[in-house]
Design a protein around this ligand. Structure first.
Ligand code: ADP
Ligand code: MG
Length: 407
């Protein structure tokens, strides 16, 4: 029997549980746009491993079933040229999905020409617009301003889609990696779609700080988007996430086994999959007992430590590790910068540690749930750090060479 659990990033679980609200909101969003109305779009927020990418995958399936064109993009830290390339290559595909080239009308040819303009500044050879067979549309998407240019592109594609009575949904994953300019551009362009009632929308997913980043970017971001947070599964859902895949294979979980498993994992989807997977490997009978769950724990923890947790710590410098260690010993809750600094000894202050904290945020290890506080982006990371770094060792302060008096 193959193991029915899916402990991999983005892997669609056999049972997608506990996400009915978000799935319903998504249906509603598409239905309203189809009816020519406007609706607040959404950016799903949550820690690593809670199922954001899986949820976007569910949205994709739903959108395709309603005959929408889906544009998927996993944002990475990249420069403007890469961003333009990624967007344009995907929107080019979207244009072809909206209509085969043989049937293109003027609107489609115009959209293609605007797309070409969009990349011309960063791709003079025209490789990214290959197959469009158009000249760049002068005066469109060539303002050397990402927000203006992206707005032109979405307007043109939106009008083409509207002509075919189809919608286009952009599904952006890891949106916290959009830089300020990119985020502002996306928000501004989408704002225009809403104003013009064009059938393009964007649904995103990212780490929790995105709500704050978006708020900073443009005050109307809050009107454009809801920021539903997803996290650990409620106990009943967590039990189902484990029991259902087993049931499908004719294996039953004992109630006490489920209770223990939910306790161990805190109901976090990724941890549930990883534990389910480990239990499946050790269990023998047609019923899974609490003992089987307990027996799976060492394998489960080793796997988590070595894959999920460790990779995040491996990239950290000595000082960054010390910062994480200090935070971990303070507990799993968000921690105040000044309190972490204090835990790091008399030599360190929160100003002095500001850059370290910023680096950790930038690396995606920490986020700021509210001003002055930082928290781990990975559930149970504090426990891991305490296991992985048994002692807090703060590297000595590197003093800057003292500047001589000017006179
Ligand atoms: N609703 C769910 N029910 C059960 N398991 C889930 C659910 N959503 C995600 N998972 C599992 O959790 C893990 C993490 O999912 P993923 O979407 O990659 O999380 P994120 O993108 O938030 O980091 C995967 O192993 C996936 O199979
Ligand atoms: Mg993800």
């Amino acid at each position: 029997m193959t193991n029915p659990y899916t402990p991999n990033a983005g892997a669609e679980p056999q049972a997608v549980v506990g996400r009915d609200d978000q799935l319903e909101s998504f249906d509603l969003l598409l239905a309203r746009i189809e009816a020519g109305r406007t609706e607040q779009s959404m950016i799903i927020t949550g820690l690593r491993g809670v199922g954001k990418t899986v949820l976007l995958g569910q949205f994709r399936t739903k959108a395709l079933a309603r005959d929408w064109v889906v544009v998927e993009l996993e944002v990475s830290k990249n420069d403007e040229a890469d961003f333009r390339r990624d967007i344009s290559s995907r929107l080019r595909t979207a244009l072809f999905q909206l209509s085969p080239k043989a049937k293109w009308t003027d609107r489609f040819r115009h959209a293609a020409a605007v797309l070409k303009s969009f990349t011309v500044s960063v791709d003079s050879a025209g490789t990214w617009s290959a197959g469009l067979d158009v000249e760049a549309a002068e005066g469109f998407a060539d303002h050397a301003d990402l927000a203006l240019d992206l707005t032109d592109v979405l307007l043109a594609v939106g009008e083409a889609a509207s002509e075919r009575d189809r919608g286009v949904v952009l599904l952006f994953d890891e949106v916290q990696f959009l830089n300020k300019e990119q985020l502002e551009a996306v928000i501004e362009a989408l704002h225009k779609m809403v104003q013009r009632k064009l059938p393009i929308t964007m649904v995103g997913a990212g780490l929790p700080q995105i709500a704050e980043l978006a708020g900073d970017a443009k005050s109307y971001a809050e009107r454009l988007f809801k920021f539903p947070a997803i996290g650990m599964l409620a106990s009943g859902d967590a039990r189902e996430a484990l029991a259902r895949p087993a049931m499908d294979e004719g294996i039953e979980y004992h109630e006490a086994a489920l209770t223990t498993a939910v306790e161990l994992t805190g109901g976090y989807p990724y941890f549930l999959q990883e534990l389910g997977y480990a239990v499946w490997t050790v269990a023998e009978g047609p019923t899974i007992h609490e003992d089987d769950v307990r027996a799976a724990v060492p394998g489960y923890e080793t796997k988590l430590d070595e894959s999920f947790f460790r990779v995040r710590l491996d990239r950290a410098t000595e000082l960054q590790r010390a910062y994480l260690r200090a935070m971990a010993q303070l507990g799993p809750e968000p921690q105040k910068a000044s309190v972490v600094a204090e835990a790091m000894g008399p030599e360190r202050s929160s100003e002095n540690l500001g850059p370290t904290r910023a680096e950790l945020i930038n690396m995606g290890l920490l986020y700021t749930p509210e001003h002055g506080y930082a928290a781990f982006t990975v559930p149970h990371f504090d426990r891991f750090i305490l296991r992985a770094i048994p002692e807090l060792v703060v590297p000595p302060l590197k003093r800057r060479p003292r500047r001589k008096n000017p006179d």
